[in-house]
Design a protein around this ligand. Structure first.
Ligand SMILES: Nc1ncnc2c1ncn2[C@@H]1O[C@H](COP(=O)(O)OP(=O)(O)OP(=O)(O)O)[C@@H](O)[C@H]1O
Ligand SMILES: [Mg+2]
Length: 512
């Protein structure tokens, strides 16, 4: 018998004539964690959809050998029965259903007569979560009561309850906090110790280095190579991914910075659910012409709330003043913000950034106004003249501008969302976690784009949880902690990650 639990050989898959996978090999030993790396659109998710029979046997080429026998599964159910469980890149939980119902969806315990045995389901779900050190979660609550990160962990609990022999994690940490990420990585290690194998996909190479035993790299649908992690450096993995040496991940360019164009004064945001709690507490700052202002802080510090308030998209009570060119402007809605030349690329592209079923091209030209108009219908198709340019400028990988955006790889969806927000030609562009789920090469392109935009006179506010990114790109760095502005630093040689983190956790002294 082979030493491998899983061997995928020469896997091919095409979508309407376009080869997404062109002969890829992947091997996993029992209890081993394989890091699957590659740029956006390389074919990682597609490869895993082949394995988990999202694309059933017969719709792809090549051979899969599982536990020594050829695997020919026709459905996800069948592949789960074989012990292969996938956790998708986009969350698949049903928000209105309880945690327990989500975990046992389609496999509910039943009493005699066929009714769902809710008591047992709740108890089993609670036991399961407790065994994963998530006992604090109330299994009777709707899943929507929990934050994205917790939902991701619930999804993993659900996968584990299916007795996976091989767990597939497709970018599991892209919406997790550092803490949740640590919990997840610990979980995967626990599983490994119990003999569960996994395929781990992430653009955060430090996670790959921490968790993977071997790494397989693919590029443009082709197999590049695999090796034990011990034999690879991060630079090796990057070189295999992008096909060239990348010595500088942050293409910082000198650019002139002018006068103050934008001012936020005393921005305060009240928690919509708890009027005693301030999510943002009296934050003031300025932004100059041609400046890139990074906003750092821990997840949950209030950065997204702050920028949403500036853009008129904060859902709770808030106050404060926004000035453009020294004059106060009214920004009660995103529509007004855009009219004043203020655009924002939101953190959560699925909820706010894209219309999934609509073509890439339409998504780009779809006016931001319509997008944020609640309950508004998409009234008309916009011309396609700019679309080709936009797709070229950000090198969005799509077979056609008509392809539904949800068919694009995650990182390419993000690029499409950014280009959409450039359509109204804003003066101030707010980017909230712009490179989440984006590969190193595409990150580089997004940074390049940001520099070319500030050269043209735009000013950029970038919220990012990645400190190397904040420090690699920004001219100035604001630090937010617990809703307060706790630091405003020029980004010169004296600025260190340590100084930023210290500022983030050090409360301000207030006059009593
Ligand atoms: N249903 C589909 N129809 C047409 N093309 C598709 C479909 N699904 C994927 N593709 C294309 O196949 C290629 C591989 O996509 P895939 O999602 O596997 O990339 P990925 O490596 O997971 O990227 P990312 O890191 O951005 O998630 C992309 O060019 C994508 O546009
Ligand atoms: Mg993917």
């Amino acid at each position: 018998m082979s030493e491998y639990l899983l061997e995928m050989r020469g896997i091919t898959k095409s979508f309407s004539g376009v080869m997404a996978l062109d002969g890829i090999d992947l091997r996993v030993r029992a209890g081993e964690c394989v890091g699957l790396c590659g740029e956006n659109g390389a074919g990682k998710s597609t490869m895993m959809k082949v394995l988990s029979a999202v694309y059933p046997y017969g719709t792809w080429g090549g051979v899969i050998t599982w536990e020594g026998r050829e695997l020919q599964t026709a459905s996800i159910k069948e592949s789960e029965a074989a012990g292969i469980v996938i956790i998708h890149q986009e969350l698949m939980l049903i928000p209105q259903l309880s945690v327990a119902e989500n975990i046992f969806l389609g496999r509910e315990p039943r009493v005699l007569g066929g009714m769902i045995d809710f008591d047992r389901m709740f108890v089993d779900a609670a036991k399961l979560l407790a065994s994963l050190r998530m006992g604090y979660i109330n299994v009777a609550m709707p899943v929507s009561n929990y934050a994205g990160g917790e939902q991701q962990l619930i999804e993993i609990a659900k996968a584990l309850s299916k007795n996976a022999k091989l767990l597939i994690l497709d970018e599991p940490t892209s919406s997790l906090t550092k803490n949740e990420t640590a919990i997840l990585l610990r979980l995967v290690k626990d599983l490994k110790a119990r003999g569960t194998a996994c395929v781990y996909i992430s653009h955060k190479l430090e996670e790959i280095v921490e968790i993977a035993d071997t790494v397989t790299v693919i590029r443009d649908g082709k197999f590049v190579g695999d090796a034990p992690i011990a034999e690879l450096t991060t630079s090796d993995i990057i070189r295999m991914m992008v096909g060239r040496e990348m010595n500088n991940l942050f293409p910082r360019e000198e650019h002139p910075i002018g006068d103050v164009v934008f001012e936020a004064i005393g921005i305060t945001c009240i928690d919509p659910e708890n009027s005693a709690r301030k999510r943002v507490d009296n934050v003031s700052f300025t932004l100059r012409h041609g400046e890139i202002l990074g906003i750092a802080g821990l997840v949950g510090a209030g950065r997204t709330e702050l920028v949403s308030a500036l853009f008129g998209a904060y859902r709770g009570p808030h106050s404060g003043e926004v000035r453009l060119d020294g004059k106060p402007i009214n920004v009660r809605t995103p529509r007004e913000a855009v009219k004043h030349g203020l655009c924002m690329v939101p953190e959560d592209r699925k909820a706010h950034g894209i219309v999934p079923g609509l073509g890439v091209g339409y998504n780009i030209t779809l006016s931001v106004l319509d997008d944020f108009a609640q309950g508004g219908l998409i009234n008309e198709a916009h011309e396609f003249s700019n679309i080709g340019d936009a797709i070229k400028k950000l090198r969005i990988k799509t077979a056609s501008p008509l392809l539904p955006i949800s068919n694009l790889s995650g990182g390419n969806q993000q690029k499409a969302v950014i280009s959409k927000m450039l359509e109204p030609k804003p003066r101030v562009l707010i980017l909230d976690e712009p490179t989440r789920g984006v590969d190193v090469g595409a990150k580089y392109e997004i940074y390049k784009l940001m520099f070319s935009l500030v050269r043209e006179g735009m000013s950029i506010i970038m919220v990012s949880s990645e400190l190397p990114e904040v420090m690699g790109i920004s001219d100035r760095v604001l630090v937010i902690g617990e809703g307060e502005l706790r630091g405003d630093f020029i980004n010169d040689d004296t600025l260190t990650q340590e100084r930023i983190l210290t500022a983030a956790i050090t409360p301000l002294l207030r006059a009593a």
